[in-house]
Design a binder for this molecule. Structure first.
Ligand SMILES: Nc1nc2c(ncn2[C@@H]2O[C@H](COP(=O)(O)OP(=O)(O)OP(=O)(O)O)[C@@H](O)[C@H]2O)c(=O)[nH]1
Ligand SMILES: [Mg+2]
Length: 355
């Protein structure tokens, strides 16, 4: 899963990136204006994996991973003048976007504007809409120039694409993002290479100052809007575990922002984890909610999907209740499931396959 961190200059993108990736990338007031991308891979903290590791004592333990991209270079008005192709591509390469808005007071970055995260979200989201409009309009123009060319199949495909693009354009004209449109798998595929930014699932992040309270922004918070004290979280991310725990307690923070942010992104993207266990390796895998057992097998290896016969399944909670795999087996808790089985969050799968 790739998550792009975007937002206005000096909104604290790099600070949030440091908090989420435990990195130490330099942050600076007024460094922006240029396209610059920082990338880090983060293992997804998961206490279930920790406990499975303790139970199986494997040679190797592999957590799920998330890639964060801190993308600088966006600014107000960019949509109208056109977000450059390179920047559009850098943003569109992500599965989801984290849109950061400044809610902290800081003399060094006291821009012309007052703090107003709500306005800043709107500014950036409008830039995305405008950029998508430009993208679609220029695609339609190019298609018009090619009309009546190609085979009948080509023309049919063009006609299908054109009607889809016109439908999307109408949505953008009502100032709605494209992620609100229900698209078939085929339509999604058709749009894959276009770099449409408002199509991306979006998590808004209110980047507040060290002493700010979540309550101040209660009216703005929902399942797509997260409150984070970026600089504070970045400091916590650099601390040793014991020190961090004490610090979190002092500030009344339940858990590091890193955990919350990843969970929100999983929810936003409709993702969940399943596990494989054994003496060799305990491992977490990421799949979409609603994925079937063969699809889960395919996340491990395409051969496992092709040759899928059955899966031996037990949920994590059942295994923990039984205390060991041997005991679970004795209690008859291991089920054999077929191709239609829809994998549940926390399932432990043993795929039987034949290639
Ligand atoms: N007080 C306070 N200052 C912050 C916070 N987050 C960022 N800053 C400061 O704001 C300035 C800009 O932060 P960055 O994280 O570099 O912002 P950015 O969005 O990455 O900036 P560009 O990449 O230049 O667009 C730095 O001086 C940070 O120390 C915060 O939560 N609280
Ligand atoms: Mg930055």
């Amino acid at each position: 899963m790739k998550i792009g961190i975007v937002g206005l200059p000096n909104s604290g993108k790099t600070t949030i990136y440091n908090a989420l990736t435990r990195s130490n990338t330099e942050t600076a007031a007024f460094s922006s204006g240029q396209i610059e991308v920082h990338t880090a891979v983060v293992t997804v903290p998961d206490s279930r994996v920790d406990r499975l590791k303790a139970m199986f004592n494997p040679r190797k333990t592999t957590y799920a991973q998330v890639i964060y991209n801190d993308i600088a270079g966006l600014s107000k008005g960019a949509g109208r003048s056109g977000i450059s192709g390179a920047l559009t591509n850098a943003i569109a390469a992500n599965d989801a976007l984290m849109l950061v808005a400044r809610a902290f007071e800081n003399d060094a970055v006291l821009a012309e504007d007052e703090n107003d995260p709500c306005r800043d979200f709107e500014v950036m989201e409008t830039e995305f809409l405008l950029n998508d409009m430009t993208t679609i309009e220029s695609r339609l123009e190019r298609m018009a120039a090619q009309k009546n060319r190609g085979t009948p199949q080509d023309r049919q495909r063009m006609a299908t694409e054109e009607s889809l693009l016109r439908r999307l354009l109408a949505v953008l004209e009502t100032e709605q993002p494209l992620r609100t449109v229900a698209l078939s798998e085929e339509e999604q595929k058709m749009l894959g290479g276009f770099g449409l930014l408002s199509l991306k699932p979006l998590l808004r992040v209110i980047n507040a100052g060290d002493d700010d309270s979540e309550m101040t922004y209660a009216a703005l918070l929902d399942e797509n809007t997260l409150f984070l004290r970026g600089r504070l979280e970045a400091e916590i991310a650099q601390m040793a575990e014991a020190e961090a725990a004490e610090f979190l307690a002092d500030f009344g923070i339940e858990e590091p922002g890193l955990y919350r942010a990843i969970r929100r992104c999983y929810d936003l993207l409709g993702l969940q984890s399943f596990f494989t266990v054994g003496e060799d390796e305990v491992r977490a895998w990421t799949i979409e909610e609603g994925a079937t057992a063969p699809e889960a097998a395919g996340a491990i290896h395409s051969d496992l999907r092709k040759g899928f016969i059955r899966a031996e399944v037990i949920n994590y909670t059942e295994l923990m209740a039984a205390g060991s795999m041997a005991e679970a087996r004795k209690q008859g808790k291991l089920r054999l499931e077929g191709k239609e089985y829809v994998v549940a969050n926390g399932d432990i799968l043993n795929i039987r396959f034949n290639v």
